[in-house]
Design a protein around this ligand. Structure first.
Ligand code: NAD
Ligand code: DAU
Length: 349
């Protein structure tokens, strides 16, 4: 039996990856390591928590000696590393947490893997990263795997650093690494600090929908299960030392996305047409706001046969339905410190 470590498995994308691996690979033992920050939530995994091939370990990846001890104890055969501070706005107000979790945390895991993997055969360290490392595009062009790194926020700079370190461990020590860089994910279990769940939550509660600047920034959106599927493929079939870009070929200006979301919400909540869009409010722009991200995912499509499965309209509809059916989940994650965060983030905008 192989033992696979998934870090950040209580978060948004991680919980989808953990669930997929636990269900699909009963011969793997899946260890989910997460320190349950505000973004980590074990209720995301309630349906699989009793499975015999699943174990949760609460631990902080910034604790280097603890990581070494856990790697010695479990003798992981593979690592899928998702744990990170993930929200750009928080990185602007508190950059240091991103340096510790995203850079130091990644190096701690690499060191711990190096310690127990004397023989690298059959081993794999898979680092999950973002398209934001490539910087910002103008109105044309796409990020390919060869695009030069040009991170522009503390978040993307910390992710770029971790990508470089992962590649350095491959080059220097022969560590069997692979990296993927993905565009914006959306879907169930996403914390309502990110645009789509935040807008759904606000519309539901008749609160203003804060749109940064003029809403003209463009993101490429991918349904989270399509990302989890790509992660599964890359973990099993991706080539060591390679990078794979993952994207939805689904670019939206923020304001157009929000308008579409408002239409869906009007229908679902049986409100009259236009009611939700009245909540749209243009607010002070994000500092250093990247204009456009767009991914060329030809490589993963051609080499591994991956493609996005869900059309955006269907994905958005599914996402809205999930949030409306899971009010309790939303209530839990927005109690406690969320209001403080929200007031700090939006109060003066
Ligand atoms: P998230 O914020 O929802 O979840 C992050 C998880 O990591 C949480 O469960 C949190 O508790 C855990 N974590 C944070 N710091 C930790 C630490 N020091 N020790 C242990 N656990 C820690 O993030 P997400 O959106 O699910 O993103 C997961 C990964 O995918 C990140 O590496 C992110 O950079 C990357 N990514 C995200 C997107 C996206 O659109 N959300 C796109 C591309 C790449
Ligand atoms: O591109 C991949 C990245 O996508 C991931 O690496 C990050 O972890 C993830 O958070 C996401 O980053 P973004 O900054 O693009 O996502 P966010 O949902 O925060 O914002 C999406 C767009 O919406 C962005 O242009 C900023 C804008 N926005 C966001 C919020 C929270 C608003 O206009 N208003 C808001 O209140």
């Amino acid at each position: 039996m192989k033992t696979i470590l998934i870090t950040g498995g209580a978060g948004f994308i991680g919980s989808h990856v953990v669930r997929r691996f636990v269900k699909k690979y009963p011969d793997y033992k899946i260890v989910n390591l997460d320190n349950l920050t505000y973004a980590g939530n074990l209720t995301n995994l309630r349906d699989i928590e009793k499975e015999p091939n699943y174990e949760f370990v609460k631990a902080d990846i910034t604790a280097g000696e603890l990581m070494k001890a856990l790697f010695k104890k479990y003798r992981f055969d593979g690592v899928i590393h998702l744990a990170a501070e993930s929200h750009v706005d928080r990185s602007i107000s508190s950059p240091m947490e991103f340096i510790y979790a995203n850079i130091v945390g990644t190096v701690n895991l690499l060191n711990a893997a190096r310690l127990i993997w004397e023989d690298f055969s059959g081993k794999r360290f898979y680092h999950i990263s973002t398209d934001e490392v490539y910087g910002s595009l103008g109105s044309t062009g796409l990020f390919t795997e060869d695009t030069a790194y040009d991170p522009r926020s503390p978040y993307s700079a910390s992710k770029a650093s971790s990508d470089h370190l992962v590649r350095a461990y491959n080059h220097t020590y022969g560590m069997p690494t692979v990296i993927s860089n993905c565009s914006n994910n959306y879907g169930p279990f996403q914390f309502p600090e990110k645009l789509i769940p935040l807008a759904i939550h606000n519309i539901k509660n008749n609160k203003l929908i804060p749109v940064y600047g003029k809403g003209e920034n463009i993101r490429d959106w991918l349904y989270v299960e399509d990302h989890a599927n790509a992660i599964d493929l890359i973990f099993h079939e991706g080539k060591i030392a390679e990078t794979y870009n993952i994207g939805g070929q689904n670019e939206w200006k923020n304001i157009d996305l929000i308008r579409q979301l408002c239409e869906i919400m009007d229908k679902k909540l049986k409100r009259s047409a236009g009611m939700s869009s009245n909540l749209i409010t243009f607010v002070k722009d994000r500092a250093g706001h990247d204009l456009r991200y767009a991914i060329d995912s030809t490589k993963i499509q051609n080499e591994l046969g991956w493609k996005p499965g869900l059309q955006f309209a269907e994905g958005l509809e599914k996402t809205v339905s999930w949030y409306l059916a899971n009010e309790e989940w939303m209530k839990n994650v927005t109690s406690g410190d969320y209001q403080k965060y929200y007031d700090h983030q939006y109060g003066k905008r």
